[in-house]
Design a protein around this ligand. Structure first.
Ligand code: AKG
Length: 437
């Protein structure tokens, strides 16, 4: 099987690269091609929408009949996620000592009450984003469906085989779908038009009208407008976007306030010249979209605040890494598992299947702090959320050590420069502990 479409490391890296990263999105599409019903979806990892039609060479036959993707079934399964296994605390009852206790123990926690006075809580809706000056901001929609599910299955099988010998078999429909995409890719390459363009156009053609959203760039306002008018056939999709807060800082300063100091500590994240804007993300997902199963890079602390819609959430402790079937069992730079915990059970992945996540259903107004745990979210309804992350005195040593392990000395230097500016004692201690003094 050709390897070209399987640049999974890059896919992950790209996802992580958006500071929080790790989102993937879903679409289920049925389209008629001659007499054959094709059920297909497109991962977007290598699909660029700015392709030119001249590069496309379509394969002669379209015979994929079915792939193991049952969006509705998954929605039902996700709806069965337990509501309340993650501790919930109201901010009014959370003293500094109580917070220190939770934070130092690195236990995920759901905070209630923090968002009560945020203007975003009452003012942000789809219309708000359709009309404001931010409406012309472009975001990258990502979608996920059978194609991504098959890619994930294939990657999981490879990892299971590496660990346990030959276990697990590819579903024949997945095999057919993936080799179809390989063919399209290779034909495109052979044409000299560029594989990515070819794959993009081929998938659009296969998906018909629905294909237009395959890894599509779209203005927030347009997207919101279509959603409001209920004409959206975006399927299940999601975007996670930080640049909108860089371009429109008032979105954060005016609407996400007061931000409780527990979520806004003295921060040593490398500076991006935007006072932390790239550590803040706007997240929009339709029902059925989900993040990858991931842990946040380098063990920094993250939180996700739900403004509208509800989310099924699973978290696994940091020591569950072995059960995640990553390419390397050390926390490598991808930080994402090939497993979709809301998808089909990965055959043979015994460590994963016997792992025991905690589950929660997050409601609007709730904020989950995932600490350094593995997590995956599934949007039960379409909704808006924001995320933030920080490197503070409680996690900085861990982050720096992991960065060093990943050959990110540059990152450690940037972090240390921040620490030196803000906390000289901590700087000396860290330099000693990291053996850099
Ligand atoms: O889709 C979500 O709500 C989860 C986002 C997430 O896990 C993250 O930003 O780290």
């Amino acid at each position: 099987m050709a390897k070209n479409r399987r640049s999974t490391k890059n896919d992950n890296a790209e996802d992580v690269a958006s500071a929080k990263g790790c989102v993937q999105v879903n679409v289920v599409v049925c389209t008629t091609l001659g007499a054959v019903i094709v059920v297909i979806a497109a991962n977007c990892a290598m699909v660029l929408m700015s392709s030119s039609a001249s590069t496309l060479m379509m394969p002669a036959t379209q015979t994929i009949k079915e792939v193991p993707w049952k969006g509705e079934v998954l929605l039902t399964a996700a709806a069965e996620v337990q509501c309340c296994q993650v501790e919930r605390r109201h901010i009014d009852t959370m003293t500094q000592e109580a917070w220190n206790e939770v934070y130092n123990a690195k236990r995920p926690v759901i905070l209630q009450g923090v968002m009560d006075k945020w203007p975003a809580r009452t003012e942000w809706d789809f219309d708000f984003f359709r009309k404001g000056p931010w409406s012309s901001h472009e975001v990258q929609l990502k979608q996920h469906g059978p194609f991504q599910a098959c890619m994930d299955t294939e990657r999981t099988i490879e990892r299971v085989q590496e660990r346990h010998g030959s276990k697990g078999q590819m579903d024949p429909n997945c095999e057919a779908l993936l080799s179809k995409v390989d063919t399209i890719y290779e034909d495109g390459m052979a044409e000299g038009g560029g594989g990515l363009d070819a794959i993009s156009l081929a998938l659009q053609e296969l998906l018909g009208e629905h294909g237009r959203n395959v890894r599509r760039k779209v203005q927030i306002g347009t997207l919101m407008g279509e959603m409001l008018a209920n004409q959206s056939d975006y399927g299940t999709y999601l975007f996670l976007e930080s640049k909108v807060f860089q371009k429109h800082p008032e979105l954060w300063t005016k609407y996400i306030t007061p931000l409780h100091p527990f979520l806004d500590p003295v921060d040593f994240s490398p500076h991006d010249g935007n006072e932390g804007a790239s550590r803040r993300n706007l997240l929009l997902g339709s029902a059925g979209s989900r993040s990858t199963l991931h842990m946040d890079p380098y063990g920094w602390t993250s939180w996700i605040a739900v403004l509208s819609g509800s989310k099924a959430f699973r978290v696994w402790p940091p020591n569950a890494t072995k059960a995640m079937y990553m390419a390397s069992e050390a926390a490598d730079s991808s930080f994402a598992s090939p497993i979709d915990s809301f998808g089909n059970d990965p055959e043979g992945a015994t460590d994963f299947l016997s792992s025991q996540p905690l589950e929660a259903v997050l409601q609007p107004g709730e904020i989950i702090v995932t600490m350094d745990w593995w997590h995956q979210a599934f949007n039960l309804e379409q909704g808006l959320a924001i995320t933030g992350n920080f490197i503070d005195k409680g996690n900085v040593l861990n982050v720096a050590e992991r960065a060093l392990k990943n050959d990110r000395k540059d990152m450690v230097e940037d972090i240390l420069a921040q620490v030196e500016k803000k906390d000289m004692r901590l700087y000396r201690k860290l330099s000693r502990e990291l053996g850099l003094s």
